[in-house]
Design a protein. Structure first.
Lengths: 490, 483
């Protein structure tokens, strides 16, 4: 049974190793097959290890022969495994989708390179999630940084390069801050392993009141830039709207989330409740999260480009996650994780739908997309269902997180926070619903269009359909998922 | 056998999909749609007759995410009303929708909305009600913007924004309520009994936000302006949805909250009703005054709806048995009366194309049956004895006198006077004014439109002459929730 313990490491290694084979292969179809095969293997491996962790409890997995403070460790718990399953699942779906459409966005000769980048990106994100070693995490952050810039610029257009460079500079700034934070921690404790830093800090944190705050500030700003915490989100709309569709979906649903998981680790595994309750960090996260929830949506209302709207909506949704973390309670933490899952699935479905619409019609502005529901009824229906989740219709995941967030805001005696949640969900309705409404019901535009004339074939719609079904499952089975996340606290 | 409660809700959903997918000929589709709605009426009557009091958890995730259906007296009342009126409207719509076009889409959403409305009727807790309430907005939206013109889209957006905002405000109340009680199930007499004293302000906020939130759909002034705007919809839609289903769903939700979540005493204790009643009085008067100078017939009826809904809300807020019975009676009366008025106006529009009061001089000569029914309904709405409108208004007045409020009956009388002032000119123009220009075509309304009009008028008259079987039922309901 010990081999199961190695599954997370094997998964990460498979992704990296297969990535390096890809450029050697001439045929694009083989590359695509390899990418899908590696993701599905990972999915199976992670499902097995999730099952193992549920039954046998979490464990530390040492890599190489050296024991903890000297060697590198993976810490495998329920949350890590849930995230790994989520990441593998979504990257599998996205790469499946991209198989049909990547040639529209990317030059044929660069297709192997693209799949190489995706594999490396997902591998390094999984590394960030699993690793228990600060410096190891930093290395993975840098890898993911370059890979994610890579999948933005791979399209080779002028605005892509510009967005990519903006993203690269801000992202490097972020990782620089994270590195400084790690340096602070190291000089305070002399360790890089999270468990050891924590043990050391818990005894000595009284000696460094300023240094702790500075460290937390560095991590928050550094990770905030990378995960598009308002007002550090400025790179996101450009990068997400210009990148190829599958890249936008991946950036929005996975890349941002991995960094947030890292911040959660810094807060709770490295620092611990005792230390962070003495600093204003949670309040700052709560305030910035609330700001993001409102401002992200407000900015989205003024956008004209379909993908930019969805990108700004990501800013708002990231605000929800930070809001949940900022509540600082057990349930708040659970909802942060739940919202990461729900949003990852919903947002990738939205990006894939809008990508298909843009690909088939060639129109990016929503003003010209009126009546598109006649040409692509199924795609727009999937888009509508996903956007209803963000608007907050009961039973869908968006509603579940909003409900629990509101209940928890009452629990911590901050009633005014409910107003923020509700206003933000109304704002979501203001910019999401008109897209579908004008798409389906604008007679003046649609009278000249042919029914189903631009619809994608069934097999191309399958990945999006599966995402939407997964989203419904996450919403309907919210109780099971939330209880599963809660078991980490027992 | 508890699963049978799902039948009338799911059956229309399936039927709507069949209509949307299959390419029926016009005649077949009409027969199909009509028989679906008729079958559904039979299902509903069968369930309410044989399975009173059954309940079913469809999905129960935890205390709050609990899709739960229950049949109780209030749902029997509402579901029967909705099913019967839906049937008549479908007959009417078969003829009327010929000149609007896109009948396939219309009937698909029309039947879908029936299922959603019955979901509201049978909802056994607040979260289920909320779910179907939101769905109602989404399924009626395509009906409102049926013509697809720019104006329709604009009104539709207004409708959406108002409804969603209202539902969100109601959700705010639900959230705080759930955190206090951990229970959102509908129980006659309310679920709040403990810790009322400690949280008086909170309960006040909860009740006000829910009342106003659901009140948006019930066209409470100053949140009413979506209703006149939504009159761009085809007449069957305006009549059914905006005089009966949608606005009455708002009222239904408020009734549920007031008597099945809070309970009369708890509401009285918070004191919220004293403040809300001001809004309701403004609705009653303002609706009537605004109706006075509407040229467009449908708009005139829309403003009249705002005023009449105020009566029902007043009855709810008075929180005593007589007023409650009066409110429910008026809910029923207003539904049958207003749907007839709308049908008549629609028939005029369909046969002659006239929409304004100044254009219908002398129309009573050719469309005598239509205008005769219109006049009877107008008299009933004004509340001249022995019509049904008189009974409900009498009960409402009695209810306010029990509370020691002499002002309310005066307002009711004033509003009745105004009702006469905005409805009679239509009949007068139709019957007693000579058509000088002689441009009016001499045509009768088609028989398919006349059947529903006449049938519902007969029901109206019948309710006025023999109201007791309804009143007994309502009395039983009232003593269940207030003892």
């Amino acid at each position: 049974m010990t081999i199961i313990k190695s599954f997370p490491l094997i998964g990460v290694l498979i992704l990296f190793l297969i990535a390096f084979i890809m450029p050697l292969i001439k045929k694009n179809s083989v590359v695509k097959f390899l990418s899908i095969a590696s993701f599905s293997t990972c999915l199976v491996l992670f499902v097995v290890s999730l099952n193992y962790v549920i039954h046998n409890g979490s464990y530390f997995y040492k890599i190489g022969h050296f024991v903890a403070p000297y060697g590198i460790e993976f810490s495998i718990g329920i949350i890590e495994c849930i995230m790994a399953v989520l990441f593998a699942f979504i990257s599998l779906i996205i790469s499946w989708y991209s198989c049909y459409s990547i040639e529209h966005d990317v030059n044929e000769s660069k297709v192997p390179l693209y799949y190489l980048l995706i594999n490396i990106l997902v591998g390094s994100l999984l590394g960030i999630i699993f690793s228990n070693d600060m410096f190891n995490v930093y290395v993975f952050i840098e890898i993911s940084n370059l890979a994610s810039c890579g999948i933005v610029v791979v399209k080779d257009k002028k605005e892509n390069i510009r967005a990519g460079i903006k993203y690269l500079i801000l992202s490097c700034l972020g990782s620089g801050l994270v590195l400084m934070g790690i340096a602070f921690l190291y000089s305070m404790t002399g360790h890089l392993n999270m468990t050891f830093i924590h043990e050391n800090l818990i005894n000595s944190y009284m000696n460094y009141p300023q240094a702790i705050i500075i460290t937390l500030g560095l991590f928050t700003v550094g990770i905030g830039v990378k995960s598009a915490l308002f007002p550090l989100h400025t790179w996101l709309p450009d990068a997400h709207s210009n990148a190829p569709t599958s890249s936008s979906a991946m950036l929005s649903s996975l890349v941002l989330k991995a960094y947030i998981i890292f911040l959660i680790k810094v807060l709770y595994r490295v620092m611990g409740n005792e230390i962070i309750s003495e600093t204003p960090i949670l309040f700052v996260l709560l305030a910035l999260g609330s700001l993001g929830m409102i401002m992200g949506s407000v900015l989205a209302i003024f956008q004209k480009n379909l993908k930019r709207i969805i990108a700004y909506s990501s800013v708002a949704q990231i605000g929800y996650i930070y809001f949940a973390i900022g509540l600082g309670t057990e349930l708040g933490f659970v909802i942060a994780i739940y919202h990461i899952i729900g949003h990852a699935i919903t947002k990738s479905a939205l990006f894939l739908c809008s990508g298909s619409i843009i690909e088939k019609t060639g129109i990016k502005e929503i003003a010209n997309l009126k009546g598109v529901g006649k040409e692509m009824p199924y795609t727009l229906s999937l888009f509508l269902i996903s956007s209803l989740s963000l608007v907050g219709i009961p039973l869908l995941p968006g509603f579940v997180s909003k409900w629990y967030l509101a209940i928890e805001s009452i629990g911590v005696n901050k009633l005014y926070l409910i107003v923020i949640i509700l206003v933000s969900s109304l704002l979501n309705a203001v910019y999401y619903l008109p897209i579908s409404i004008h798409g389906f019901f604008n007679e003046e535009q649609s009278s000249s269009k042919l029914y189903k004339s631009k619809e994608k074939s069934v097999k191309e719609l399958m990945p999006i359909t599966i995402l939407v079904i997964a989203m419904l499952y996450v919403g309907v089975n919210s109780e099971g998922i939330i209880n599963l996340i809660k078991t980490t606290f027992v | 056998m508890n699963n049978i409660i799902l039948l009338p809700i799911i059956f229309p959903f399936l039927a709507a999909i069949i209509i949307a997918v299959c390419n029926f000929t016009e005649k077949r589709r009409n027969i199909f749609a009509g028989s679906i709605i008729f079958l559904n009426l039979i299902f509903v009557s069968y369930i309410v007759a044989n399975f009173n009091g059954i309940s079913m958890h469809v999905i129960k995730m935890n205390e709050f995410l609990d899709i739960y259906f229950k049949v109780d007296k209030l749902s029997v009342f509402f579901s029967l009303l909705v099913s019967v009126l839906w049937l008549f409207t479908s007959i009417y719509a078969m003829e009327y929708m010929k000149h609007e076009g896109k009948e396939k889409r219309f009937f698909a959403y029309f039947i879908l909305t029936l299922g959603v409305t019955l979901g509201i009727a049978f909802a056994g807790n607040l979260i289920t009600l909320y779910l179907f309430y939101e769905l109602l907005t989404l399924t009626t939206f395509p009906l409102v913007i049926h013509s697809g013109s720019k104006e329709a889209l604009k009104s539709g957006m207004k409708y959406l924004i108002y409804s969603f905002t209202g539902a969100t405000v109601a959700l705010l109340g639900m959230l705080i309520l759930f955190s206090l009680t951990n229970n959102l199930t509908f129980v006659p007499g309310g679920v709040i009994n403990a810790n009322l004293l400690d949280n008086k302000t909170l309960y006040f906020i909860i009740y006000v936000s829910m009342f106003i939130g659901f009140g948006v759909k019930a066209a409470l002034v100053p949140f009413h302006s979506w209703l006149p705007a939504a009159m761009v919809a085809p007449t069957p839609v305006s009549s059914l949805l905006h005089a009966v289903a949608v606005v009455k769903s708002g009222i239904f939700a408020i009734t549920r909250v007031t008597f099945y979540i809070f309970g009369a005493n708890a509401v009285r204790f918070t004191g919220a009703n004293k403040y809300l009643i001001i809004l309701v009085i403004i609705s009653i008067l303002m609706g009537s005054f605004l109706a006075l100078h509407q040229e467009n017939l449908k708009k005139r009826l829309a403003y009249s709806t705002i005023s009449q809904l105020g009566y029902i809300l007043l009855g709810i807020l008075l929180l005593n048995k007589n007023a409650f019975i009066g409110a429910m009676m008026h809910l029923l009366n207003h539904a049958v009366i207003k749907i007839t008025l709308f049908f008549c106006v629609g028939a005029i529009m369909y046969t002659t194309g006239k929409t304004k009061i100044s254009e219908i001089n002398g129309i009573g000569k050719s469309m005598n049956i239509t205008m005769f029914c219109f006049t009877i309904s107008s008299i009933s709405l004004i509340g001249i004895p022995p019509t049904n409108g008189f009974i409900s208004k009498w009960l409402l007045a009695e209810g306010s006198l029990v509370e020691g409020k002499i002002g309310f009956p005066v307002i009711l009388l004033l509003s009745a006077l105004l009702t006469a002032m905005y409805l009679f000119p239509i009949s007068i123009a139709a019957f007693f004014t000579k058509d000088e220009s002689n441009v009016l075509e001499k045509k009768k309304a088609p028989i398919k439109m006349l059947i529903p009009i006449v049938c519902i008028t007969v029901i109206t008259v019948f309710l006025g002459l023999f109201p007791n079987f309804v009143l007994d039922f309502l009395r039983a309901m009232a003593s269940e929730i207030m003892n």
